[in-house]
Design a protein around this ligand. Structure first.
Ligand code: 13P
Ligand code: SF4
Length: 319
């Protein structure tokens, strides 16, 4: 509508005036991803967002995603201003892994190499030996395990279990989970597969083991997007946040994408498989932060120094 178009134009002007670039995650709403596309910004998975933010030449990065993504951008580029549409955009994995409890867990298991998922606070990263995202978790753990290292893994238990099963690594798991991916139901997915026998099933590894077992492809958002382009199937059942559909449909307009069911009876639930915190990244808030310059990500410099070590290990490993 006209109001939305006007908002988008205003935001484009503000981004240019402020020497700011918009970096959005695939799970943000279509309008936000369109804006990133239209302004020469970036859309990607959490690893790619981190890399893009680090290398961006603009003095301000606007991170449309959730808080840990903004913090990662700040840790990698402390000299840049990192804004977010709202600092209230949390993540259940981050919230479920408080730094003090996590630190005690590490202290109790000093013989283990600490590998944390990027979906954590700067303080948790600062306590880790390695940071990983879903796109390279398997490779990093496989590498560490082949050197005989035992792993302490946090916070996502489902991704941890998946990596453990794939690599055979000795892993002690924190019991966090993603409120979005945990909603997918295996019984419903089985029914849906029977209804669409030619469809390939794409699953993000934050989903439960029962869902992962039904997958044709398991991977990070970028890996799933790639599979949707490369596989010959014309239909896909997708078990991840529905924000990804914008990019999948754009890349393959002739293919059809179906949301994996979040209810046991094979029915889809349009309000479930969407992260409530990603949904806080609205055009209105984007305009507001670019006008008021509030919602600035700050990270304690001593934490930056410590968190940078495991983050850089990840970035070097994934080159
Ligand atoms: P990706 O690393 O696949 O982007 O997933 C991270 C995530 O959970 C974002 O919410
Ligand atoms: Fe966190 Fe899940 Fe939301 Fe991703 S989708 S930000 S893992 S709660």
């Amino acid at each position: 509508d006209r109001e939305t178009l006007a908002s988008k134009e205003e935001i484009k002007t503000l981004l240019a005036e402020k020497d700011a670039v918009l970096v959005a995650h695939y799970y943000t709403d279509t309008l936000v991803q369109e804006l990133a596309d239209e302004t020469g910004g970036f859309i990607g998975d959490s690893l790619e967002m981190a890399r893009y933010g680090r290398d961006a030449t603009e003095s301000t990065i606007v991170v449309a995603g959730v808080r840990f993504m903004g913090e990662t951008a700040k840790i990698l580029s402390p000299e840049k201003t990192i804004l977010m549409p709202t600092l209230g955009a949390e993540c259940s994995l981050d919230l479920g892994c408080p730094a003090d409890e996590f630190s005690a867990f590490c202290d109790a298991n000093p013989d283990r190499t600490v590998v944390v998922y990027a979906n954590t606070s700067a303080a948790v990263k600062a306590r880790a030996d390695w940071v990983v995202t879903s796109s390279i978790a398997l490779d990093v753990v496989d590498h560490l395990s082949s050197m005989g290292e035992k792993i302490l893994w946090a916070p996502d238990q489902h991704l941890g279990r998946y990596v453990q099963a794939k690599t055979g690594a000795d892993m002690l798991l924190w019991n966090g989970s993603c409120v979005v991916h945990e909603e997918f139901k295996a019984h419903g997915l089985q029914q849906m597969k029977a209804m669409f026998p030619d469809a390939a099933v794409l699953v993000h590894p934050e989903s439960s083991t029962a869902i992962i077992e039904l997958a044709d492809v398991v991977g990070s958002t970028t890996q799933l997007l790639k599979a949707s382009q490369e596989l010959p199937n014309q239909q896909f059942i997708v078990a991840t946040d529905r924000g990804i559909f914008y990019r999948m449909q754009k890349a393959s307009p002739q293919k059809s994408f179906i949301e994996a069911p979040t209810a046991g009876n094979g029915a889809t639930c349009r309000s479930c498989a969407h992260c409530p915190w990603m949904a806080m990244n609205t055009l209105e808030r984007l305009k507001s932060v670019l006008t008021k310059n509030d919602q600035v990500i700050e990270v304690d410099p001593t934490l930056i120094e410590r968190a940078l070590v495991p983050l850089n290990r990840m970035l070097t490993f994934s080159k």
